[in-house]
Design a protein around this ligand. Sequence first.
Ligand SMILES: [Cu+2]
Length: 159
Amino acid sequence: MTTQRLFIASVILFFIAVFILSTTPAAQAATTSCEITVEANDAMAFNTKSIEVSKSCKEFTVNLKHVGKIAKNVMGHNLVIAKVSDQQAVLDDGIQSGAAGDYVKAKDARVIMATKVIGGGETSTAKFNVSKLNSTDSYTFFCSFPGHAFMMKGAVKLV
Ligand SMILES: [Cu+2]
């Protein structure tokens, strides 16, 4: 009987704890994550138009998830972060690198971060030092697979 009561009491305490945690500011602060998961699909689209990077993060991680089915040689996607002013040059040089180079020029100093090119069902993770962003420049993310960036792009905001 005592063990049963203890069990019930601990179950109740657990639910109280979950309730408190879900309503405290600490739980809300946890949404200021230093990580984001972005989905890309077979319709040549990302599922977001902006990535917010908190200044409080030292490193920021991007998980790219291709939720489509088409292979990477046909509908491959990556996620590249660069200054808006560097986007076209990064794309032009990226095409020269071809599929084997994930459509990003090797050691391109203008590239702040780039995932690998992935196909349907695959994921790729990359991260960068937030100190690479400053509050005066404008940054963008895009897919450097040939012909995709006009559809697949968005803003990277330092917040
Ligand atoms: Cu793409």
